[in-house]
Write a protein that binds this ligand. Structure first.
Ligand code: 13P
Length: 252
């Protein structure tokens, strides 16, 4: 059975003190519930990863990075490599977030290199992709998503998909308060799974966890997560509030 995941992408929020506090609060709240097949992940900023990993030990909370560089090491001022993430105990990395694409010029071609570097270092990848509002208005959302997957991931073999989590995040729903309807999310997730089945095989398509991201809140999580091809969420704003994040985890 596919794993469910609720992951909090903290983006450029929370200093060290706030990170310690939020980790403590999340650990305490998830201790109270039976997580069953649900994984709970938070992604703090680079400088707080080591502390977050240390503080999550002996709990079910997992820690992910929000990005990494594709090179092993070298003269890349300000960048962080897969090995560095591993060395502080990080096992998962988010790649391809729409903010990385929009503000830092990350292309699917570059992301293919990052994915390769992450997998070569045995890091799990949460790969983000999704269409812009104009694509949706023009009815091109499936073509856009298929092209993103094709360029960034479809050079991989089926086996590699055991280490990939997909996060469909329509850009128009991120941080806008406007969420895809549960049916829009389901339609796209089913399309993604069909695309995987066509490219690889039904088992691979069935096994991949596909998250929805974009204004998931306590009041809409249950309905979105209730759809058969939605395996969880990548949460931005609501993951900064411990009660809201817990309510979303609890929506499973
Ligand atoms: P919001 O939940 O704030 O819309 O952000 C979603 C997101 O970008 C998660 O990666």
């Amino acid at each position: 059975m596919r794993k469910h995941i609720v992951a909090g992408n903290w983006k450029m929020n929370n200093d060290l003190k706030a990170t310690k506090k939020l980790i403590k609060q999340i650990k305490k709240s998830i201790k109270k519930i039976e997580l069953n097949t649900t994984r709970v992940i938070v992604a703090p900023t680079f400088v707080n990863l080591a502390s977050a990993v240390k503080r999550s030990k002996k709990s079910k909370l997992e820690v992910a990075a929000q990005n990494m560089h594709q090179a092993k090491h070298g003269a890349y001022t300000g960048e962080v490599s897969a090995e560095m993430l591993k060395s502080v105990g990080v096992k998962t990395v988010i790649l391809g977030h729409s903010e990385r694409r929009a503000y830092f010029g990350e292309t699917d071609e570059l992301l293919a290199e990052k994915v390769n570097a992450a997998l070569a270092n045995k890091l799990e990848v949460i790969f983000c992709f999704g269409e812009e509002l104009e694509d949706r208005k023009a009815g091109n959302q499936e073509a856009v998503v298929e092209s993103q997957l094709n360029k960034a991931l479809f050079h991989l073999d089926a086996e590699a998909f055991r280490h990939i989590v997909l996060a469909y995040e329509p850009v128009w729903a991120i941080g806008t308060g406007e969420t895809a309807t549960p049916d829009q999310a389901q339609d796209m997730h089913a399309f993604i799974r069909k695309t995987l089945a066509n490219k690889y095989d039904a088992d691979t398509a069935d096994g991949v966890t596909i998250l929805y991201g974009g204004s998931v809140k306590p009041n809409n999580a249950k309905e979105i997560f209730g759809k058969p091809d939605v395996d969880g969420g990548l949460i931005g704003g609501a993951s900064l509030n411990p009660e809201d994040f817990f309510a979303i985890v609890n929506a499973f």
